[in-house]
Design a protein around this ligand. Structure first.
Ligand code: CP
Length: 298
C-alpha cells in the first residue's frame, strides 16, 4: 500500500516516471476502465476548487466513482468524532482517500489509521504533493527540469505549494530565488534541509532584481487563512504584483506559474502573454492526478 503524503516520499526516478505516465494519459493513451468499480473518498476540510474537482474528474475518467465530505460541519466530526476514527471508518467505504486538512501533519496521521492508500491534498502550511507533480509537469512542457533558475514569490512561510515544489526541485539542481514580504520567508527547517541537499538559495528584495535571469516565476497568494489576525495579514497584503511592465526584460522562455486561486498578485493583463501558464497548469491537474490514482489504486 502506497500513501502519498510528501513529495519527499519520491526520488527523482519516481517523480519522472509519474510525469511520463501523466504525459501518456494526456495523449489519451490510457484505459478508461482502469479503475472500474473503485471508489475514491474525497475528504476536504478546507475550501478547494482545483484539487478536489480534478481528483473527482480523474477518478471518473478512469471508470471509478467518488464519495465526498466537503467540511467538518458536513460530517460527524462536527459531533466530536476524531480524525483518526473518521479515517478508520471511511477506509472501510473506499479504495483510497484524498484528504485536505488545515492542520500540518493531518494527512500523515490519516495514513496511520487508514487501511487504504491516503493522498495528501494539502495539510495546513505543510505539503501539497499532487500540486507539485502538476507544477513540474507544466514546467516540463516548456523546458527541461534540470538546472532551472526559479523564483518563488509571495507567502513562502505558509504556502505549502512552495514548500513541496522547492523540495522537489532540489532533486533537479535548481537555483532558488526567493522574494517575499518580511516575516513570510521559507521555514528555517526547510531552508536548512534544502541547503544540506546542495541547493543554492538566494533572497531578493524585489522581483525586479531577478526578473532578467529566471526561467520560472512561481507566484503564490498570501495565505490569509493562516494568519493569526486580520491586521497582520493587511500589513503584507498586496505587497507585490506581476504586471506586463515588470515582465518587459524577462527571458523569452520565462513561464509564470501560480497554484491559484489568485487574489491581486497577477495583473489580468498578464493572462494573454505567452509567459502565462497558470491556467494550463490547473488543467494539468487532471492527467497528473489520474496518474497518481493509478499508481496507488491499481
Ligand atoms: N491549487 C490549489 O490547491 O487550488 P484549490 O485550493 O482550489 O484546490
Amino acid at each position: 500500500m502506497q500513501h502519498i503524503i510528501s513529495i519527499g516520499d519520491f526520488d527523482r526516478n519516481g517523480i519522472d516516471r509519474l510525469l511520463d505516465h501523466a504525459g501518456q494519459i494526456d495523449k489519451k493513451k490510457y484505459d478508461a476502465n482502469a479503475l472500474d468499480g473503485r471508489i475514491l473518498a474525497v475528504l476536504f476540510f478546507e475550501p478547494s476548487t482545483r484539487t478536489r474537482l480534478s481528483f473527482e474528474s480523474a477518478i471518473a475518467r478512469l471508470g471509478g466513482t467518488s464519495i465526498a465530505v466537503g467540511s467538518v460541519e458536513a460530517c460527524s466530526m462536527a459531533k466530536g468524532e476524531t480524525l483518526a476514527d473518521t479515517i478508520r471508518v471511511v477506509s472501510g467505504y473506499a479504495d483510497a482517500i484524498v484528504i485536505r486538512h488545515p492542520k500540518e501533519g493531518a494527512a500523515r496521521l490519516a495514513a496511520e489509521f487508514s487501511t487504504v492508500p491516503v493522498i495528501n491534498a494539502g495539510d495546513g502550511a505543510g505539503q501539497h504533493p499532487s500540486q507539485t507533480f502538476l507544477d513540474l509537469y507544466t514546467i516540463r512542457q516548456s523546458m527541461p527540469l534540470d538546472r532551472l533558475d526559479i523564483a518563488l514569490v509571495g507567502d513562502l512561510r505558509y504556502g505549502r505549494t512552495a514548500h513541496s515544489l522547492a523540495s522537489a526541485l532540489s532533486l533537479y539542481n535548481a537555483r532558488l530565488h526567493t522574494i517575499c514580504p518580511k516575516g513570510l520567508e521559507l521555514p528555517a527547517t526547510l531552508s536548512e534541509e534544502l541547503a544540506e541537499k546542495g541547493m543554492e538559495i538566494i533572497e531578493h528584495e524585489s522581483i525586479d532584481d531577478v526578473i532578467r535571469e529566471v526561467d520560472v516565476l512561481y507566484v503564490t497568494r498570501i495565505q490569509r487563512e493562516r494568519f493569526p489576525d486580520s491586521a497582520s495579514y493587511f500589513n503584507v497584503a498586496s505587497s507585490y504584483r506581476i504586471t506586463p511592465e515588470l515582465l518587459a526584460d524577462a527571458k523569452k522562455r520565462l513561464i509564470i506559474l501560480h497554484p491559484l486561486p489568485r487574489v491581486d498578485e497577477i495583473d489580468p493583463r498578464v493572462d494573454s502573454l505567452p509567459h502565462a501558464k497558470y491556467f494550463e497548469q490547473s488543467r494539468n491537474g487532471v492527467p497528473v492526478r489520474m496518474a497518481m490514482l493509478m499508481q496507488v489504486m491499481q
